[in-house]
Ligand binder design. Structure first.
Ligand SMILES: Nc1nc2c(ncn2[C@@H]2O[C@H](COP(=O)(O)OP(=O)(O)OP(=O)(O)O)[C@@H](O)[C@H]2O)c(=O)[nH]1
Ligand SMILES: [Mg+2]
Length: 377
């Protein structure tokens, strides 16, 4: 089997490729590495395809052109699918990642314990471009910090990384990234525990333009949510459910304040409860349990109302039983009520998770969790 496949996603990188590919090839020859270079291009209009065809005459380059799809992560996955090497390495085309570091990444991955290697800007010896202003530095640091629950690596969002083919195959069926952070997706879904980082000097692109838009950055938040759901399953769902419940308190109080001015209070209270219940339903449907948002909404809404009612009954029962049966709680009615709220919320959550927003097709790759994945292995 081929030792190494290098995957390079491109969109309008004609100018950079003419410099990059010879440099990559030089690094490979120097290190005596048997490798293929796979460029995955999304039908760039700037001549990238033609440049690749010319380069392929002198270098071990294979071009995959995608005519209908766009997107960095899916382009990388297409390249990984087509790769035949034992080690799979991904890098950008814009000369931000030094090709001379490829042999170091490969030999780090050849250590038996290591299952993922990152060309890192943030470990000792690594650096970012001098021109980075405070906003870019801060932006990158915050994004990295948000990935902390998934990995201890200092630069898990880097686009310069390598992994073993077997790690990729382990997660292939459940890869579901949005946006740019395919490296993080692979670390989490392939359950890579031993991540090694090799310091690199990251250079800003000189030719061509960046495709990293603000929209892509927002997609990262969506991607993080998916990873949270995947890794922490019910803990993640419950946290989102509880936070949305908290927003419901504010909606309820706001509504009550608004309505009480021109309505008799029992009706105002009922309307405030109904409003907050409905906003909670919509938020849970679109955020917490977004995997079920394609199911019929009316049926879900009615079930949701039933689930809230059940939660309220359990809340009431718990509070009454505690305050009537235990002397301790007789004088601490608020504590009893608080426990009642928790019990009611617990029941409501379980009903929502498994009945109102149930997963009809658990094999769906978008919702397969870490635990479910282990069961399928
Ligand atoms: N196939 C494909 N490649 C893409 C797409 N978007 C970006 N790329 C490539 O992915 C790599 C990284 O993209 P950049 O635009 O440099 O993004 P970035 O490095 O995060 O941002 P900068 O730091 O501003 O350069 C480059 O090689 C791009 O050509 C896409 O939609 N499809
Ligand atoms: Mg770049």
């Amino acid at each position: 089997m081929l030792q190494l496949s290098i995957i390079i996603p491109t969109y309008c990188e004609a100018e950079n490729l003419t410099v990059l590919i010879p440099r990559v090839n030089h690094a490979l020859t120097d290190a005596g590495l048997d490798a293929e270079i796979i460029v995955v291009d999304d039908d760039s209009p700037d001549g990238t395809i033609q440049v690749c065809k010319e380069l392929a005459e002198n270098f071990p380059l294979r071009l995959i052109t995608r005519k209908k799809e766009r997107g960095l992560s899916t382009a990388v996955i297409a390249g990984l699918d087509a790769a035949t090497g034992d080690i799979l390495l991904v890098m950008d085309a814009d000369l931000s990642h030094p090709p001379e570091k490829i042999p170091e990444l490969v030999s780090a991955l050849n250590q038996p314990q290591t299952d993922f290697v990152i060309g890192s800007r943030y470990i000792e010896g690594g650096s970012t471009d001098q021109s980075w202003g405070w906003f870019r530095k801060w932006n990158s640091r915050v994004a990295t910090w948000l990935s902390r629950p998934f990995t201890k690596a200092s630069d898990p969002l880097a686009g310069f990384f390598a992994l073993k083919r077997q790690s990729f195959l382990k997660s292939r069926q459940i890869l579901n990234p949005v946006g740019y952070k395919i490296g993080l997706e692979l670390i989490v879904k392939s359950r890579c525990q031993n991540v090694t980082e090799i310091p690199i000097d990251f250079a800003d692109r000189v030719a061509g333009t960046s495709k990293l838009s603000f929209k892509e950055q927002l997609r990262y938040l969506k991607h993080l949510k998916r990873l949270f759901d995947f890794k922490f399953q019910n803990y993640a769902y419950f946290l989102q459910f509880a936070l949305i419940g908290l927003t419901g308190v504010f909606v309820n109080l706001q509504m009550l304040a608004l309505l009480s001015n021109w309505m008799i209070s029992p009706i105002a209270v009922a309307l405030a409860i109904w409003t907050s219940m409905s906003t909670n339903f919509l938020l849970n449907r679109n955020i917490t349990f977004s995997y079920a948002k394609h199911a019929p909404i009316l049926k879900q809404y009615l079930r949701y109302c039933g689930s809230c009612l059940t939660g309220a009954i359990f809340n009431w029962l718990t509070t009454m039983v505690l305050s009537r049966s235990f002397q301790f709680f007789e004088k601490r009615i608020l504590l009893a009520a608080f426990i009642g709220i928790l019990v009611g919320m617990g029941f409501n959550f379980l009903l929502c998770r498994y009945l109102v927003f149930s997963k009809h097709k658990p094999a769906d790759e978008t919702t397969l969790t870490d635990k479910e994945l282990r069961h399928t292995e």
